[in-house]
Design a binder for this molecule. Structure first.
Ligand code: ADP
Ligand code: MG
Length: 140
């Protein structure tokens, strides 16, 4: 426990529908604070590099194309137990299985186009934050 940081992405299906504010409101209402944020259009290198852990999965190509299909918002979230808390607020990967009130239950369109990414462990969070942000871009 304790104050922790995690990495979050608002995915292209959400930026396209102009609901980044609604997604951020869920994160803030859930007790997390945005301490770094930028809107970017991912290159193929970034999308493939970021998701390299999934490179042998059957959905890898589709996932990379989707993440390059429009702008995303990459952000660092801070708060008590932030990694797990963010995963709770996001809900299950498949929106059909996501708990009511979660971001994915309310906004996701499919298991692939599921509106948000969140780190799955503190070590992954550190790596993912460093993939997109310099230390001086994070203002707590
Ligand atoms: P999470 O984002 O909940 O941590 P994973 O790490 O398992 O989920 O998968 C990474 C991302 O890959 C998912 O958020 C989703 O966008 C995509 N994905 C996962 N499983 C599938 C699938 N069966 N079909 C298409 N896309 C998928
Ligand atoms: Mg994951």
């Amino acid at each position: 426990m304790g104050i922790e940081r995690t990495f979050s992405i608002i995915k292209p299906d959400a930026t396209k529908r102009n609901i980044t504010g609604k997604v951020i409101a869920k994160l803030e209402e859930g007790g997390l604070r945005v301490v770094a944020s930028k809107r970017i259009h991912m290159s193929r290198e970034q999308a493939e590099g970021f998701y390299s852990v999934h490179k042998d999965r059957p959905f890898f190509g589709e996932l990379v194309e989707f993440m390059m299909s429009g702008p995303v918002v990459v952000q660092v979230l801070e708060g008590e137990n932030a990694v797990l808390r963010n995963r709770e607020i996001m809900g299950a990967t498949n929106p059909a299985e996501a708990a009511p009130g979660t971001i994915r239950a309310e906004f996701a369109q499919s298991i692939g186009e599921n509106s948000v990414h969140g780190s799955d462990a503190p070590e992954t969070a550190k790596e993912e934050i460093a993939f997109f942000f310099k230390d001086e871009e994070i203002v707590g």
